[in-house]
Design a protein around this ligand. Structure first.
Ligand SMILES: [Fe+2]
Ligand SMILES: [Fe+2]
Length: 500
């Protein structure tokens, strides 16, 4: 029994504490406790640093290789501890948002999707804790690893670090929206970090990406199955799109960000990797049309927008832009991959819904954005047209985002077992994604072992944290318990961005 916050020396301590965590948040079904967890490093795409101030040098293997110096008053070790903390936080946060949804799974396949995703996200959190403890090993990294298991999604005062990971998932439309939009942002971040200057981070991402691709696939497939069912009213689904797409945009950080520049200089995150060779083409082609026009406006109207929008270098080739704009390119890749999905989704609506059914709209990057986006505090509709008055805008959000008013219609939908079509393809057919050449270690299966060293609750560790109860979804189709409309509740639950 421990009565104070446990000391973390290495990954062994983390592993023990992780068993306590599983019990504390309610992840105690046999599919999770019986699952084999590992730390896996797979080959990184290159051995040299690909971009930034140290391009061409061998990748850094540990703290002693890291360059000296400070960026925004933080050294490279602190920047890395923070990066691992944010990435790991999203992995455990998504577990907490999804725990218990298995009780309302529409089919055995959906239950398998959920539990496979939860196991893999939990493993990703492990992998980040391993990076903190066994690769970085600084005091800050040790605290980061411990608090990964102590924050809780949506717990006020002890919430997860990013807005989207405090936004409770209430039903299976939310689950598949989360996979389609939030996990796809995870895919963006992992793709960037796979090219990073730190060897262990790049190798971790190489394997995590294989798993993450399955989550993205399951999200896209979930949307296709909901549309093939032909039962879910499109205006209702549109509300979930309106909620989750902007959250996904927000997770990409500010469109202009000093952190993006720092990450680029350190070789951590660069231009979004793509098979089209876009770097020598014009910047206007690789930044979303609305966003490009708005950056241009900010560049020209200096008096209105101030120093923050000088020297964007928007006229030349993509590779010459101010590196503070790198998030603008990444979020554009993200949105354009969604545009392709929406074309397919709309073809399914033509096939499975009555003639004249409205199409699904993917919201503009301008719509419903939170800090640190350049659009935070501005008012637009989903098409990106401005809405003048505050009151008019509030009414628009009320009508176009999920809320308590939808509960009756949702109950009717979920009452029909065929509201979501059966699957034709098992995305999780392979039990694991290991390939020969991967390095796996720390193999662990908890089984029915109970926590031993750590049996205390957060209420008694350190006292700073509230003891949060595990998030439980409300019964299928029911409205959120909060008195507030869902989207407002989410906003107030915490909308801090990763970036500035
Ligand atoms: Fe993940
Ligand atoms: Fe994921």
């Amino acid at each position: 029994m421990v009565d104070s916050a446990p000391e973390f020396r290495g990954f062994d301590d983390f592993r023990e504490y992780a068993l306590w965590y599983l019990h504390d948040v309610g992840m105690t079904v046999p599919e999770i406790l019986g699952h084999e967890l590992r730390i896996v490093h797979a080959a990184a795409p290159t051995a040299e640093i690909e971009f930034g101030d140290w391009a061409g040098r061998p990748k850094w293997r540990g703290p002693k290789d890291l360059p000296g110096g400070e960026w925004n008053s933080r050294d490279a070790l602190a920047i890395l501890a923070n990066l691992g903390n944010i990435q790991g936080d999203t992995e455990f946060g998504s577990n907490e948002l999804q725990v218990g949804l298995w009780d309302t799974a529409p089919s055995d396949y959906d239950r398998k999707v959920l539990l496979s995703v939860m196991n893999e996200e939990f493993r990703h959190g492990w992998q980040m804790a391993h990076f903190e403890l066994e690769v970085l090993g600084s005091e800050e990294a040790r605290v980061a690893a411990r608090t990964l298991l102590e924050r809780r999604a949506g717990a006020q005062g002890n919430e997860r670090l990013l807005g989207a990971f405090n936004q409770k998932i209430f039903n299976w439309i939310g689950m598949y929206s989360f996979l389609e939009f939030m996990d796809r942002d995870g895919g963006s971040q992992l793709n960037l970090l796979q090219r990073s200057s730190v060897e262990a981070l790049a190798q971790s991402m190489s394997f995590m990406l294989r798993e993450e691709h399955r989550h993205l696939k399951a999200g896209e497939q979930g949307y296709e199955r909901m549309l093939e069912g032909g039962r879910l009213p499109i205006d209702l689904l549109q509300k979930y799109v309106n909620l989750y797409a902007p959250l996904g945009y927000d997770l990409h950080g500010g469109e202009r960000s000093t952190n993006a520049l720092i990450y680029w200089r350190l070789g951590l995150k660069g231009f979004y990797p793509s098979s089209d060779d876009y770097l020598t083409g014009p910047a206007s082609a690789v930044i979303d049309e609305h966003l490009f026009a708005d950056l241009r406006l900010r560049e020209h109207e200096r008096a209105a927008y101030g120093y923050r929008f000088l020297d964007l270098d928007l006229d030349g080739a993509a590779q010459d832009i101010n590196k503070e704009l790198l998030n603008s390119i990444t979020v554009t890749f993200y949105r354009r991959s969604l545009v392709k999905h929406f074309e397919r989704f709309n073809r399914l609506i033509l096939e499975h819904y009555p003639p004249g059914t409205p199409k699904l709209v993917l919201p503009s990057l301008r719509f419903h954005r939170a800090a640190p986006s350049i659009y935070a505090g501005e008012r637009y509709d989903i098409h990106g047209s401005p809405i003048e008055g505050e009151r008019e805008y509030e009414a628009y959000l009320e009508a176009n985002l999920p809320g308590a008013a939808d509960s009756e219609r949702l109950s009717e939908v979920f009452a029909r077992p065929d509201w979501i079509a059966r699957t034709r393809q098992d995305v999780f057919a392979r039990a694991d994604m290991l390939k020969s050449g991967d390095r796996a270690s720390w193999s662990t299966r908890f089984g029915d072992r109970r926590p031993t060293r750590y049996v205390t609750s957060l209420a008694r560790t350190g006292g700073a944290h509230a003891a949060p109860s595990p998030p439980r979804p409300v019964a299928t189709g029911a409205a959120p318990r909060a008195e507030l409309p869902l989207w407002r509740f989410m906003h107030e639950a915490g909308a801090a961005g990763a970036d500035e």
